[in-house]
Design a protein around this ligand. Structure first.
Ligand code: AMP
Ligand code: MG
Length: 310
């Protein structure tokens, strides 16, 4: 416990100096910086090689903190009660008097906000006097990071400090819901779509398949290990890495199981770790067994489809 606290202090030290810090969350690791600072948030874009047009998600400790920057509404309150803190991001109206840096929003009047559940992220957010802008801690378009060493692999010593919080429990990014007008899902994520639909008795828009994407980070080629990916494969081709979820009788070294017993949540947790491992083993192509398109399987498929785009 003592050790944890000194690491939190170290993170605060660098964040207070307008530096970026890698932080653990239950979804994936974030590359965090003071969301009120132009200097700090500019560094996120530079480190990630991220387009300035792609706005950032801002992380808060409490609704009280959030109210400094955003207007809340009854749909927000409904979802917050059920899912927060947790893997859900809300797009809300930005208040005129908000101090959020213009870099974060790409000059928009809306803000994407989240309340992470990871205990270290919460401790850190409680201690500091500003919210944290924190996109996933990976170079843009690449596979997200789910542990400390993944973040180090992405940025080397360019990031001043990485707070170690073990492996992310969910291993997939948050579900994004816009609450500006009628509730609308902008990105599938760590919370199953059916659970959110239930809250609104199915009266919710779902924009994800649109090619004219609302969410910039939803463009083609995202979450990519930089290797060719073939989906819905029955069997691998020779020399191909094969990602599976159903146990088979044969077990060869190019078989990579996402789950031991057909558990889609476990599969989600292992997805990025497996893609990184396959890349390290220098496979030139990957085939993936069909993943059931239910529950978290929908999010896994969404990521795999984007990762397989050329
Ligand atoms: P990541 O870079 O993985 O943290 O993903 C952040 C996602 O949130 C990106 O797809 C952004 O485009 C999206 N996002 C951030 N702010 C907004 C906003 N104001 N409206 C809609 N989407 C947003
Ligand atoms: Mg990302």
């Amino acid at each position: 416990m003592k050790k944890d606290l000194s690491n939190i202090k170290k993170s605060e030290f660098y964040l207070n100096k307008n530096e970026c810090v890698g932080i653990p969350t239950e979804t994936v690791y974030g590359l965090a910086a003071n969301a009120y600072s132009n200097e700090a948030t500019a560094k996120i874009f530079k480190l990630k090689k991220r387009s300035k047009k792609n706005p950032l998600i801002v992380h808060y400790y409490s609704i009280k903190d959030l109210k400094r920057d955003c207007e809340i509404n009854s749909n927000f309150e409904k979802l917050y009660k059920i899912f927060c803190p947790g893997p859900i991001t809300f797009v809300l109206k930005l208040k005129k008097k908000s101090k959020i840096s213009k870099n974060v929003t790409n000059m928009k009047r809306t803000l994407a906000v989240r309340f992470p559940k990871h205990y270290l992220a919460r401790k850190l957010l409680k201690n500091i006097s500003y919210p944290l802008a924190a996109p996933s801690a990976n170079i843009s378009s690449k596979v997200s990071a789910v542990c400390r060493s993944d973040v180090a692999e992405e940025f080397g010593n360019k990031v001043k400090y990485i707070l170690d919080g073990g492996t992310s429990k969910i291993g997939l990014e948050s579900t994004i819901v816009s609450l500006i007008n009628k509730p609308e899902i902008l990105r599938l994520g760590g919370i199953e779509l059916s659970k959110i639909k239930k809250v609104f008795k199915n009266k919710i828009n779902f924009k994800i398949k649109s090619t004219k994407t609302v969410v910039p980070g939803q463009g083609a080629l995202h979450y990519s290990p930089g290797i060719k990916i073939r989906l819905n494969a029955r069997n691998p081709k020779i020399h191909e890495a094969f990602i599976l979820i159903k146990k088979r009788k044969i077990n060869v070294k190019n078989y990579f199981y996402l789950t031991k017993n057909n558990n889609l949540k476990e599969a989600g947790k292992n997805l990025y770790k497996t893609l990184r491992m396959i890349k390290k083993l220098k496979y030139k192509s990957i085939s993936v067994e069909k993943i059931p398109n239910i529950g978290i399987g929908q999010t896994i498929n969404d990521r795999l489809i984007r990762a397989s785009k050329k």
